[in-house]
Design a protein around this ligand. Sequence first.
Ligand code: NAP
Length: 539
Amino acid sequence: MDDIREPAASHFDAIVIGAGISGMYQLIKLRELGMTARVFEAGTDVGGTWYWNRYPGARFDSESYSYQYSFSQELLAEWDWQEHFAPQPETLRYLQHVADRFDLRRDIQFSSRVASAWWDDKASTWTVTLETGARFTSRFLITAVGPLSAPTMPNIPGVDSFKGEAFHTYKWPHQPVSFAGKRVAVIGTGATGVQTIQEVAKTAGQLTVFQRTPNWCTPLHNRKITPEEMQRIRADYPAMFQRCKETFSCFLHTTDPRGTFEVSEQERLAFWEALYASPGFGIWVGNFKDILTDRAANKAISDFVANKIRQRVKDPVTAEKLIPKNHGFGTRRVPMETHYYEVYNQPNVTLVDINETPIRRITETGIETSDAQYAFDIIVYATGFDAITGSFDRIDIRGVDGVKLKDRWKAGPETYLGVMVDGFPNMMMLMGPHMALGNIPRSIEHNVEWVSDLLGHAKAHGVKRIEAPAQQVQDWTDHVKSLAEGLLTFEVNSWMTGVNSNVEGKQVRIVARYAGSAPEYRARCDAVAATGFKELELA
Ligand code: NAP
């Protein structure tokens, strides 16, 4: 490491990158441990995902109350949720309230994007450099960068030449954007595109949706929470959080133990009708146990949802375009929608299938496809993220002997429990690759508490250096890969399998996500903690 450290460089016990849900909670735990900490955050306030994604229609699709922090009874007692699936402004307000309540901002440095983090093996410290050039050192480096925080623009020629207004949904302006009477394009039909489209369609003069791959969307069924209902929901918190601990991916919905064809057709259809009419992810994660492993079962549920789309979209040609043909229901993230399909019955909305008529380029005035020139006032890019590893790749992270994490992970991530990597001592990842995702705050709380127990153990035993042994990293990585075998999800291109058509080198599917159950994941981690972290090298 060429050491041109600033004389006044500040040193902390721990540096945390990111002030989203995981970074905020980690800061609280570091304080409890009596450790000095600094959080570096690129944004101007807390909130992470909910700070950046201000696009119209952005909201949770997990039940609000199941998504909040559960670690503080006072916090649970004082925050009332307004909607079953909170919109982004409400969620951001909640996170700002948490920051106020726990006085977090005094240890968070905003507008500070981390450019690099280099390990110094002699000193057993990390040197963190911001894009401004400012340098800081710490004993521990905790990444809280989120799995979906490196937005990607489409690799379409001319993308910078448009003279109207253009926004990536992630980098949405803080001032409201008016679509009233405007000619608007949306490129992308993932969960973000779907939320954006159904909102923009309400006011746009003309909305043109450019779709490459349709997704299987199902109704969210959001509604407001009355004060009396909020009282009942709050009274149920202990049972609700316990349920989230027990379900496969920490949602309120539990997988049905029956196989799709173990019940009569009548019973099957009645069950699916009930799921389709129920709020949230039930139809995806509360369905028959085999819909994501058995091809015939997956085809049956796909046919059911396809028929719903046909019933809801009046023009049969448009309906067919909206029905996915290259992947089955649930094998990619299911976008939750509110009147999404009905949008295509509106006279001001047009669907362009860019497989039929590919986009040739973005022009100064709009979008040129193989058969038309479209003029727009606003182009919205809902084109997604360099997911899971992308937020790490854009920081120059170097471990022992200057090895770059990006190079180490070129063929896919290798981790120990999703938390550590050999050769990168004292670096702990929150919501890193190979970790149970699902209802993310539930996983975050466990993740942060496990890391904090490890740091507490290190403090109590005078440990200065923690490293995951290479064999443990190999074993966990092999285990995560084996869990992906036989799952239909891993046969499909999506951010969940590490594919992004806009990023060089990310066209091949990898196993970046832990596909086992959250309870199994937590049990494995807790067993390690119970032995005094014997699997790790502590020095
Ligand atoms: P995404 O699912 O990756 O979707 C990106 C969309 O852009 C896809 O339709 C993709 O088409 C299209 N696209 C990308 N590059 C393109 C190009 N060069 N030309 C044309 N089309 C292009 O990203 P996302 O919608 O932002 O969602 C990411 C994840 O964020 C979600 O799966 C979800 O986990 C999370 N999310 C959560 C919520 C919530 O909870 N409330 C809301 C929004 C998002 P292809 O499919 O053909 O690549």
